[in-house]
Write a protein that binds this ligand. Structure first.
Ligand code: PMP
Length: 406
């Protein structure tokens, strides 16, 4: 049996009341709540081990460095990366994508080249490529999606050519919840020798990730979406690319030697970690990943799958609600519209009942333009959510609907 009560108790924020109601947190796609062990890890670091990494010979500096480098190993194992040196700590998925756009973009994208993304990307996996294409006079090609919120694979096949230099694609859509057929997308790209970046911001917390099995060339995610703190994230990339890519930022730690005339760069991964990194965040991220591994990521995925199937079934059966993105292969997030109601009004009413959901465009404005809607109501699940919470949410929303149809 999935230990839902124990798991819920691990997250202190969930035991509080909001507007005198039990707090129901259905906004994990925006950020996840933190278990006590992660909160304790941050307090422990600042209480016992805080010291800048890599530079000191004193005891705490060495301890702090060991915790940071051990965190890298834990990330490596969590995503089954072949080499620890391929794991780069960043401040989040957005920075990881910007790093690739800037550094890989510098050496690999030239005038007339093409980059393929999809129409369901988060702005973080869209705007950096737009800027790069503008700078390099390259072209951004877009894989459309169908009314169901499913990528049009036939169009994708047709977009690839010898001009294509990169495919950058979201694994799980933060708005539609669609799980994209990432392995198929990668196989097709590789048949043209085109590398693929996978935005795993919404998959890392919902499904076991094995970058070698997926076969991608770059994988990015944010710590705060996987029960770790803000300000820490990961770029994993194949060594063959990282070796060729120039540094993204420069300064301390990314150097090998510096003279007033010339600098040589440090080895991987340090070449891409300029300045004092968020070593406390990296340690806390490793504690979060170990917490998930202890419960079992496959077990969490199964629990969340059951939540999603239950919610989908119940909401599909309800009148006056239209699901946005009806793909049958979904994880994490479920978006919908309530007849005649602006999503923000639904969000405000649910908040008064202690239910935290998100409304708006979810940083995916092109999806809103496709469906011609101002935004959606989005519920999203984490490992701490339960069927009872979905039932309470459904009861509440049933009472809300008539207010807008009076
Ligand atoms: N991609 C996706 C699919 C996301 O959901 C998010 C966050 N909502 C991001 C990228 C960006 O993540 P961050 O803001 O943590 O860098």
């Amino acid at each position: 049996m999935y230990p839902i009560d124990k798991i819920k108790n691990d997250f202190p924020i969930l035991s509080q009341k909001v507007h005198n109601h039990d707090y129901i947190y259905f906004d994990s796609a925006a950020t996840t709540q933190k278990p006590q062990c992660v909160i304790d890890a941050i307090v422990y670091s600042y209480t016992h081990t805080n010291s800048n990494i890599h530079r000191g010979i004193h005891t705490l500096s060495r301890l702090s460095t060991d915790m940071y480098e051990n965190a890298r190993t834990i990330v490596q194992q969590f995503i089954n990366a072949p080499k620890k040196e391929e794991v780069i700590f960043t401040k989040g998925a957005t920075e990881s994508i910007n790093l690739v756009a800037s550094s890989f973009g510098e050496i690999a994208i030239h005038e007339g080249d093409e980059i393929i993304i999809s129409a369901m990307e988060h702005h973080s996996n869209l705007v950096p490529w737009q800027i790069l294409c503008e700078k390099k006079q390259a072209k951004l090609r877009i894989i459309p999606f169908t009314d169901d919120g499913v990528l049009d694979m036939a169009v994708y096949r047709g977009l690839l050519s010898e001009k294509t230099k990169l495919v950058s694609i979201v694994h799980v859509s933060n708005t539609l919840g669609t799980i994209n057929p990432i392995e198929e997308i990668i196989d097709i790209a590789h048949s043209y020798d085109v590398p693929v970046l996978v935005d795993g911001s919404q998959s890392i917390q919902h499904t076991p990730i094995n970058v070698q099995k997926i076969g991608c060339d770059f994988f990015v995610f944010s710590g705060h979406k996987v029960y770790a703190p803000n300000g820490i994230g990961v770029l994993w990339a194949k060594e063959e690319y990282l070796e060729k890519m120039p540094p993204y930022q420069s300064g301390g730690d990314m150097i090998e030697t510096v003279t007033l005339e010339k600098t040589t760069y440090n080895v991987l991964p340090f070449k891409f970690e300029a300045g004092t990194t968020n070593y406390v965040g990296a340690y806390a991220l490793s504690v979060a990943l170990e917490y998930l591994s202890e419960i079992g990521v496959a077990r969490i995925a199964q629990h969340e799958h059951e939540l999603m199937q239950y919610a989908l079934q119940k909401i599909t059966d309800m009148q006056h609600i239209q699901i946005i993105g009806t793909s049958l292969v979904k994880a994490g997030a479920l978006s919908f519209m309530v007849d005649n109601a602006h999503p923000a009004d639904i969000g405000m009413i649910l908040d008064k009942q202690g239910i935290a959901i998100r409304t708006g465009t979810h940083c995916t404005e092109p999806i809103m333009q496709f469906y011609n809607i101002p935004g959606t109501v989005r519920i999203s699940f984490g490992l701490y959510n339960s069927i009872e919470e979905i039932d309470y949410f459904l009861e509440t929303i049933k009472k809300v609907i008539p207010m807008f149809n009076a």
